[in-house]
Design a protein around this ligand. Structure first.
Ligand code: HGY
Ligand code: MN
Ligand code: MN
Length: 413
C-alpha cells in the first residue's frame, strides 16, 4: 500500500474545536473529570466516533471507546490507541486530546484508504487521567487494567465532595461495559512531551521507552490558632511555618540531589486563613517522582523523617494520606523499535526517552505491550495555557502513529 497520510486539516480543526470546549469567561480551559464541561467534550468526541461509523462503547468507569471491527477480523485482539480528554485547571489544548484525536484520525484515514487490518483497531478516551478532581490520576486506565476495583473507584470522593460514580451517572457516562472488556493486542499513545528535551535537542520524535514512578500524598499539619500580635514566636505552634519548612525541604533536597528526582507542592490550604491568626491547620499535596523505584522510596522515607523532625521542633502534628503510588514502567522494546524505524522512514530525527509525566500507557502496559510517541513542546511548557506544539510537529506525530499502526495491524495491504 502506497504511503498514506492523515487528513491534517481534520485533525487540527478538531483539536482547536475541542480546545474551546470548557473555556470559561475568564479564558481558562477547565474540563475536570466528570464535570459539565467535560461532558461537553465527551459528547463531542462521541459525535466524531459516530460520524466515523465506529462502534461506540462506554465502560462502567466512563472510559469511551470507538471500535473499528472490520469483517473477518472481529474476533482478534484489538490494537488500541488513545489517551484522555479531561484537563487540569487553566490547561493547554493538546495534553491528552492530541492522542485521542490522532487515534481517531488514524482509524478514519485507514478506513478511507481501504486499508484491511489484521485486527480491530480501537481509540480510547480514558476517564480522569489528570486526577485533579478525583485521586489517583490515570484512574480510568488503572481500573481498565485491573489495578483498581471499579466500584472502589466509583466511590471516590473528589476535592469538591462529589462522588465520581454519581457524577458519571449525572453526565450520562456510567457505561455498562465491564472495564477490561477488550483486551488489547498492543497499545500506542501519542502525546506531547510536556517537557524540554526534544526541543532543546532539536529532535522531532520521542520513542518513549520508560515512564517514571509517581508518589502523591496529602499532608495535614495541625498546630494552634493564636493571636498574630500577642503570641511570642517561642510560644507558637504555627502550622503555616511548618508547612513552609516542608516545601523548602522538598525543593532543596531535589535540587541538591544530582538525580532526576522532582518534588512539587501544588495545592495548599490554610485554616482559618486570616491575616491576623496564626494558622492552626494547613493541608497540602506532595508530588514526588523519580525513574528509579529505590530512589523514590528513599525520597518518601526522607520526607517521613523530616515531618517527624518538624513535629518535634515546632510542636505540631502531621497526618499523611496516600493519594497515588505508581512504580516506574518500562515500555515494550519491540514497539519502541518500530517507532524508531517509522521515524527514520519518514526522515524524522528520533531519540529514546523517559516520560516525566504520567500517562494512561503506564496503566495499559500492565495488560498489553505498550509504548508512546512524543512530539516536542515549545519551551517545554505544559499544564499551562501557553502549552504549544507547532502544527507540522502535530501532523508528523500523527503520521508516525499511522505508520506504527499499519505495521502492528498490517494485514495484507
Ligand atoms: O500527573 C501527571 O503526570 C499526568 O498529567 N496526570
Ligand atoms: Mn496527558
Ligand atoms: Mn496532564
Amino acid at each position: 500500500m502506497s504511503k498514506i497520510s492523515i487528513d491534517s486539516l481534520r485533525l487540527l480543526s478538531r483539536l482547536s474545536e475541542l480546545g474551546e470546549i470548557g473555556r470559561g469567561g475568564d479564558g481558562r480551559l477547565v474540563r475536570l473529570a466528570a464535570s459539565d464541561t467535560e461532558k461537553l467534550g465527551r459528547d463531542t468526541f462521541v459525535s466524531w466516533i459516530e460520524q466515523a461509523g465506529l462502534e461506540l462503547a462506554v465502560d462502567r468507569i466512563g472510559n469511551i471507546f470507538g471500535i473499528w471491527r472490520p469483517e473477518g477480523v472481529s474476533d482478534e485482539a484489538p490494537l488500541m490507541l488513545g489517551s484522555h480528554i479531561d484537563t487540569v485547571i487553566d490547561a493547554g489544548i493538546y495534553d491528552g486530546c492530541y492522542g485521542v484525536l490522532s487515534g481517531l484520525e488514524v482509524i478514519e484515514t485507514l478506513i478511507e484508504a481501504g486499508f484491511k487490518p489484521s485486527r480491530p483497531i480501537v481509540v480510547a478516551a480514558f476517564t480522569n487521567e489528570e486526577g485533579v478532581r478525583y485521586a489517583p490520576d490515570m484512574m480510568g486506565s488503572l481500573v481498565y487494567a485491573g489495578g483498581l476495583d471499579v466500584d472502589t473507584a466509583l466511590a471516590t470522593v473528589g476535592t469538591d465532595g462529589t462522588r465520581l460514580g454519581d457524577e458519571l451517572r449525572r453526565i450520562g457516562f456510567d457505561g455498562e461495559h465491564e472495564p477490561g472488556f477488550l483486551r488489547p493486542y498492543a497499545y500506542i499513545e501519542l502525546h506531547i512531551e510536556q517537557g524540554p528535551v526534544l526541543e532543546r535537542e532539536g529532535i522531532q520524535i520521542g520513542a518513549v521507552e520508560n515512564l517514571q514512578g509517581i508518589s502523591w500524598q496529602r499532608v495535614t499539619v495541625s498546630g494552634d490558632a493564636n493571636h498574630a500580635g500577642t503570641t511570642p514566636i517561642s510560644m507558637r505552634r504555627d502550622a503555616g511555618y511548618a508547612a513552609a519548612l516542608v516545601v523548602t525541604f522538598l525543593r532543596e533536597r531535589a535540587r541538591n540531589s544530582n538525580t532526576p528526582t522532582v518534588a512539587t507542592v501544588g495545592c495548599m490550604n490554610f485554616e482559618p486563613n486570616a491575616i491576623n491568626v496564626i494558622p492552626s491547620r494547613v493541608t497540602f499535596t506532595v508530588d514526588l517522582r523519580d525513574p528509579d523505584e529505590d530512589r523514590l522510596k528513599e525520597e518518601e522515607a526522607a520526607l517521613d523523617a523530616y515531618l517527624a523532625q518538624v513535629a518535634k521542633d515546632e510542636g505540631v502534628s502531621f497526618n499523611v494520606e496516600r493519594l497515588a503510588r505508581f512504580q516506574p514502567v518500562t515500555f515494550d522494546a519491540n514497539i519502541v523499535e518500530l517507532i524508531e524505524g517509522a521515524a527514520a522512514r519518514r526522515g524524522h530525527t528520533v531519540r529514546r526517552m523517559t516520560s516525566g509525566a504520567g500517562h494512561d500507557a503506564q496503566m495499559i502496559a500492565r495488560i498489553a505491550p505498550s509504548a508512546m510517541i512524543f512530539v516536542p513542546s515549545l519551551g517545554g511548557i505544559s499544564h499551562n495555557p501557553r502549552e504549544k506544539t507547532p502544527d507540522e510537529d502535530l501532523v508528523a506525530g500523527a503520521n508516525m502513529l499511522l505508520d506504527v499502526v499499519c505495521q502492528l495491524a498490517g494485514g495484507d495491504n
